[in-house]
Design a protein around this ligand. Structure first.
Ligand code: FEO
Length: 398
């Protein structure tokens, strides 16, 4: 029944779209949904690359059955064990009991833990190859991109890299599968958000994986999320390279909490000063309204980060504390940092924001501003100076 898209000769797309989940990993908003990509190679041997979230196993198994047209399924390659890709392994094995599961030793520990599967396993190590007829598949380990068992698989004939989460993006595949067949505009921002939310902690492992695959000729990237990259192979690689080096564009993200608008007035003043001093990319996040997912995206995107918080029960404002911990987990490096805070009877926020900057080893620029109660001519001038100083430093670094 299914007319499955061929992404190369005898390789068809059997993945699915998820427009139903509100949150990926029950954390990250999915306004454009997400795809779980899987690919079936029909050579002398038949090989499936990864599976899909178990919620979509029914349609997934039907697509595979249609594509196989009665042939057996010889191999399942498991590049990544996170359940958005590995969730259907047990059902697939029930339908195809003779399928050999290809993975590494770490994969197999997880398959046992999640699916209680301990037999029919074909272990591969770094650089191993598997002949499946007219082509070989080569396997390269990519630990911590994004879990420890992750590997990538390279089709030596078609020069296709099956890259697991690497080069993935949020966003469903709305009819088209390959980037040459679609308008890709909205995927690039979603790619940054996906990277910062999901892979962001693992910059060094991503750099190591990029170095490893730089030895391969890659004509097509088949990630587990988002479009198949053919026209934009280099663009996808360069975005992942930039983000994993924590390199960023000129611009400032202002993250602030506010209860009654007093800290917000400080944020507004800083933003006006940044603009008056030539900064065009300024993104303001009221931490109670902006999901952390989007704040993280912008902290990865821009070189300047300015954080403002009221003092709340002698602590940082709770939602500021929450977003700071998410930034800290990702160990985002080399940011120009300014901070400010307010209090009514006893200040604590500014001290805690100073400690955060030290933990991150960020470059503190300008004088921090601490405001008692409402904004006044002095604190207005201090906030203006803070914005001015950050803008000046950004321009010096440009
Ligand atoms: Fe898309 Fe780390 O799983």
């Amino acid at each position: 029944m299914y007319k499955l898209k061929e992404i190369a000769e005898n390789i068809c797309y059997v993945g699915v779209n998820d427009r139903q989940k509100g949150l990926f990993e029950n954390l990250w908003p999915l306004p454009y949904g997400v795809s779980y990509n899987s690919y079936l190679i029909l050579d002398e041997k038949t090989v499936l690359m990864d599976t899909v979230d178990v919620c979509y196993s029914d349609i997934f198994l039907k697509k595979i059955s249609d594509a196989l047209k009665g042939r057996p399924l010889d191999y399942l390659v498991v590049n990544h064990m996170e359940p958005d890709h590995a969730g259907s392994i047990r059902l697939l094995r029930q339908q195809y009991p003779d399928v050999q599961i290809v993975g590494n030793s770490k994969t197999f520990g997880m398959i046992q833990g999640y699916h209680n599967i301990t037999s029919g396993l074909h272990e591969v190590k770094e650089g191993d190859t598997l002949s499946i007829g007219s082509r070989n598949l080569a396997f390269y380990m990519a630990p911590m991109v994004h879990w420890p068992e992750v590997m990538v698989t390279y089709d030596t004939k078609e020069k296709i890299l099956f890259s697991a989460d690497a080069f993935g993006t949020f966003g469903t595949l709305d009819g088209g599968i390959i980037d040459t067949d679609m308008n890709t505009d909205h995927y690039w921002e979603e790619m940054i958000r996906y990277y910062s939310n999901i892979v962001g902690k693992y910059g060094n492992p991503v750099q190591k994986a990029l170095e490893k695959i730089s030895a391969l000729e890659i004509r097509t990237i088949c990630s587990t999320h988002g479009p198949v990259w053919r026209e934009h192979v280099q663009k996808a690689i360069s975005i992942y390279d930039k983000l994993s080096r924590y390199d960023a564009d000129e611009g400032v993200v202002i993250i602030y909490g506010t209860m009654y608008g007093n800290t917000e007035q400080m944020a507004e003043t800083v933003a006006s000063a940044l603009s008056a001093n030539g900064i065009k990319n300024i993104v303001m996040h009221n931490v109670c309204k902006s999901p952390a997912s989007y704040i993280l995206k912008d902290v990865f995107k821009y070189k300047g980060v300015i954080i403002g918080s009221p003092t709340y029960s002698s602590q940082l404002y709770p939602d500021i504390e929450s977003v700071l911990s998410k930034i800290q987990v990702r160990d985002i490096k080399s940011r120009i940092y300014g901070y400010f805070g307010s209090f009514t009877w006893a200040g604590a926020a500014v001290k805690k924001l100073a400690a955060f900057g030290e933990t991150m080893k960020w470059d503190v620029v300008g004088e921090p501003v601490e405001q008692k109660q409402g904004i006044n001519p002095d604190t207005y001038a201090q906030c203006w100076s803070l914005g001015e100083a950050v803008a000046k430093r950004l321009k010096e670094e440009a």
